[in-house]
Design a protein. Sequence first.
Length: 294
Amino acid sequence: MDLRKMRYFITVVQQKNFSKAAEILHVSQPSLSNAIMKLEDEVGFPLLERNTRNVRLTQSGEMMYMRALELINDFDHLKQEMREVKEIGNGQLSLGLIESANYWLPKVIHRFKADYPQVQIKFSELLGVEQVQKSLLNYETHAVITNQLVSHDDLLTHPIYHERLVLLFHRDSPLAKLEQITMKDLEKEPFIISTAGFQTRQDILQAFKNEQATPRMMYEIERFETACSLVEEGLGITIIPENYIKNSTFPAVYTRYIHSEALTRTVYLAYSKKRYLPPYIHSFLSHTKTFFGV
């Protein structure tokens, strides 16, 4: 039993057709069929039910497929890890993050770079919990800074800090005259909100719901920078993470806290506990935790 036959078997199962699988694998169909039959001889039972139109797994084949898929994924991950071992101190850090991390992340990277100046850093913005899990489990990122609580047996998630969401409005807005602002006060204002998939959107809508208020959503955005620019032009109001606005300059924009449990969030550092992480990755994780005193 070898990895080549397992890859062949997995591809046939996924394509449900020998000819399509052979085309993808760049082998002849007879060679592919012969390899699958040899694999069945080795395990001692049929893996596939064949007919003239397609193939499907036998009951025993289902177990074999799941284990083979896991083994191939582990082997591919091992090859990637060995490449990283070879590049220790001169490799790449792949980091997933949320937009509001731009306030503090450069400070952490500055400290990290003092230890590993040659390491390249690749950033990617990730939204929902499924994206975060996928990026870590598929080894697309070494670590993710996220406001999603990720629950998975193969992943570790450490809370690193809490932050509030703050209201932004133009200095000429009637809201500027109010001593205290509630979610009810925002109902008539044109509201700028993140698109579906952002945890921030869910938190904001929950805050409105808690006070039996409804936002007048006029703009949906993917970046907080866009929301701030719209507010600066007097086109609406928005609620964004406090850390984002700390690193931004919008002279015509005022900020105000609104008392609501829904308008606070926890930010986490997540990474795989199964994956081998080179020393420079551990150094980055350590610098991040130390920065927040955790």
